[in-house]
Design a protein around this ligand. Structure first.
Ligand code: MN
Ligand code: MN
Length: 301
């Protein structure tokens, strides 16, 4: 036996078994439909490595990861190049997580990886709503003739949940038709005054949170495939996130980190911190009685 200590390569502090976890982290190293700069397949392992530099405590939420439970399943090994087989693999795995009454936490990978997860979620939660942070609307009906692409992913999600179950934030780039569509269907939260309307769409329902990291400004998120100037700073982003505290988050993903475009490593640290805040945000509202009991005993231990 070597004396160590060794740093495991999974997410910092993860518990050892699937059964004992509330959240299940799954790496989704796929970037097959990326239209500009590829490389998000390297996102999940970079986020895990950076997680070891984080504290478990979030002053912002006055909450600590030690009071929630999460299992890091590792990365799905994809037959890269076969998009449809990959989407099927993701859907099957998400289905197992959802049916076991656990919360999926996908680490992208490009944004298309969200779609098969939502397919699995709506089987269990027909009234699912989606909260979407992104620089891009991802609402094209097709992209270069393809219905399944990172540029169409939210449109495919809308096909499943309907436009009235979607709230979008941070969108600042796209064709005029996408903006017209968002305004017509009231999905785009543009000003803080509109927050009550957005919350009304989400409250009392199971909510899936999908965060495309390019919602953040390229000054702190250069490590992404499609950087878009004019985005949120980190403090502004988490302030928005906190507006949704108390919702029933049943799953989430954090996508589009492409670490090789950021030699400083800052983007990866930002991504890891976003993952921590998402897990704590979701855990502020226990989902399911088993998780509630586990949280209570954790808090009093
Ligand atoms: Mn985007
Ligand atoms: Mn996106």
């Amino acid at each position: 036996m070597l004396s160590g200590p060794f740093i495991p390569r999974d997410w910092m502090g993860a518990c050892e078994t699937f059964e004992e976890a509330d959240w299940v982290l799954v790496g989704l190293p796929y970037d097959g439909t990326t239209s500009f700069r590829p490389g998000t397949r390297f996102g999940p392992e970079a986020i895990r490595a950076a997680s070891w530099g984080l504290e478990t405590y979030s002053p912002l939420q006055d909450a600590d990861l030690s009071h929630t439970s999460y299992f890091d399943a590792g990365e799905l090994e994809f037959p890269l190049g076969n998009r449809d087989a990959i989407l099927t693999m993701i859907r099957e795995n998400a289905r197992q997580v959802v049916q076991a009454d656990k919360r999926w936490l996908g680490l992208g990978g490009e944004h298309l990886v969200t779609f098969p997860v939502i397919e699995a979620y709506v089987e269990k939660y027909p009234d699912l709503a989606v909260l979407h942070f992104d620089a891009h609307a991802d609402l094209r009906d097709d992209y270069l003739g393809e219905k399944l692409s990172h540029a169409t992913v939210l449109r495919r999600v809308v096909d499943l949940i309907g436009p009235e179950s979607l709230v979008q934030l941070g969108i600042r780039s796209g064709p005029q038709e996408e903006f017209a569509w968002m305004r017509k269907h009231g999905t785009l939260l543009e000003k803080r005054e509109d927050l009550p309307k957005a919350l009304a769409r989400l409250q009392g329902r199971p909510v899936f949170l999908t965060i495309d990291l390019d919602v953040l400004d390229p000054s702190i998120m250069s490590g992404t495939g499609t950087p878009e100037p004019g985005g949120m700073g980190f403090s502004e982003f988490v302030a928005w996130l906190m507006e949704f505290r108390g919702l029933n988050f049943v799953g989430a993903d954090v996508v589009e980190l492409s670490p090789h475009y950021d030699p400083s490593g800052v983007s990866t640290v930002v991504a890891a911190k976003v993952v921590r805040e998402v897990m704590l945000l979701g855990s502020s509202q226990p989902h399911g009685t088993q998780q509630a009991a586990a949280l209570t005993s954790g808090a009093t231990a």
